[in-house]
Design a protein around this ligand. Structure first.
Ligand code: BEZ
Length: 403
């Protein structure tokens, strides 16, 4: 799918700004009139998100959240109007570089906001590192983006894939669930979520009876559910999200496992899916950096405003989008709309404190949120909070050389 300019405006390109960033201070004065002209034009913001496929709803929620945060502050970035662009990445890793290049090379966006799927994110990461364009990750948790392949211009507003599952081990063992089966889609998000689960659960004394998987976005769960029934673990723990999570939750209940083997997971399992999953989701336990029912004025105000504006309930993806908008505002306002002032822009993004519906969070050295993880249970169609499972949890940032 082609990217689409969403609003017409002066087609003034900000390549100038990027060029300006690369020249030395001695020549900067020569460029000033041109820079001033460029900076008075619109900021070009590109969304690269899934708008079709199993993660389509996640992409929509993220875009809604970004737009809402910016609209709340007057609809501008550092005083400049915005021209929006979007590309449907279809959660298709093989098209990741091509789709990111459409936004960066063809549309000349100043900021690329994307994406959801960890495999696709690797394509964005390559384009972001090669071009230096500001890249804000509103979901995809792939470790490399804020570990070995971290970059000064890449900032994540969501999580790393192992962050939520690092909080699972202790509460499971506290409940006496000593033998677990793990199940996931076999790609970076599931495999890295497994790392967090494996480390925290085995450290707490748990035993992983078997790790099962199927390719993304396959939803033929029957054979795996039959195997789980025969293994008879104390709990099943999984990573699924979006439409696939709905199918899994329903199939798990239909297989008669819901009341026999407690179902746990990385919190994405129960995000944005509770209406569709219905009673089959009741009782599922998860860990996650957000919960619908967080009892804070900030969360309540966010949820009411989001529901009024979009006629649907927000979920963690909407929150991550909203925080992406908040982060972008903080950066753009700090440099008064001059997004070409990269050093100052990056500094502002690194030091921002985001007043999020999930609770306040800050950036780690590797540009990933340091945040609380909540223990949640699905009760009456809501993700209810049982407590904080891990306080101010930071990803290791292993291999990231940013200082
Ligand atoms: C991922 O691919 O990184 C991802 C997708 C959906 C939810 C969480 C993570």
């Amino acid at each position: 799918m082609n990217s689409q300019p969403l609003a017409r405006g002066p087609s003034r390109r900000l390549m100038l700004s990027r060029g300006a960033a690369a020249v030395g201070a001695g020549t900067a004065s020569l460029l000033l009139p041109r820079i001033a002209r460029a900076q008075s034009g619109k900021v070009r913001v590109g969304f690269m998100l899934p708008y079709t496929g199993t993660y389509a709803q996640l992409g929509v929620a993220i875009e809604n959240g970004v737009r809402m945060a910016i609209a709340e502050k007057g609809g501008k970035l550092g005083g400049r109007e915005i021209e929006w662009f979007k590309v449907d990445d279809e959660s298709e890793p093989s098209k990741g570089v091509e789709n990111a290049s459409k936004l960066v090379q063809r549309d000349k966006v100043d900021v690329l906001i994307g994406t959801v799927h960890s495999g696709v994110q690797m394509g964005i990461q390559k384009v972001a590192r090669d071009s230096g364009v500001l890249s804000l990750i509103p979901n995809a948790g792939v470790h490399a983006a804020t570990r070995a392949l971290c970059a000064p211009n890449v900032f994540r507003t969501s999580f790393t894939n192992s962050q939520p599952t690092l909080a699972l081990g202790k509460p499971m063992m506290d409940k006496g669930l000593k033998r677990a089966v793990w199940l996931t889609w076999k790609y970076a998000a599931g495999d890295e979520a497994f790392e967090g689960f494996r480390d925290s659960y085995t450290q707490a004394g748990g035993t992983i009876v078997k790790a099962l998987g199927l390719p993304f976005p396959n939803v033929e769960f029957q054979a795996l559910l039959t195997e789980i029934a025969s293994l008879r673990p104390d709990a099943v723990v999984c990573f699924f999200a979006g439409a696939g999570a709905v199918k899994f939750i329903k199939d798990y209940a239909a297989a008669g496992l819901k009341d026999k083997i407690p179902l746990w997971g990385s919190g994405f399992l129960t995000e944005g899916v509770l209406d569709a999953a219905g009673p089959a989701a009741e009782g599922i336990m998860t860990t996650m950096h957000y919960a619908d029912a967080l009892d804070t004025p900030r969360n309540k105000q966010f949820r009411t405003a989001y529901a009024q504006q979009f006629k649907m309930q927000p979920d963690v993806y909407a929150v991550q989008g909203y925080d992406t908008g908040q982060l972008l505002l903080a950066g753009a306002n700090a440099v008064k709309g001059d997004l070409a002032s990269k050093a100052a822009l990056h500094k502002a993004l690194e030091t921002a404190v985001i007043d999020s519906p999930r609770g306040k969070w800050t950036m780690s050295r590797a540009h990933n949120p340091v945040q609380d993880m909540y223990l949640r249970v699905v009760e009456k169609g809501d993700n209810k909070v049982l407590g904080v499972a891990a306080k101010a949890l930071a990803d290791s940032g292993a291999g990231c050389r940013l200082t």
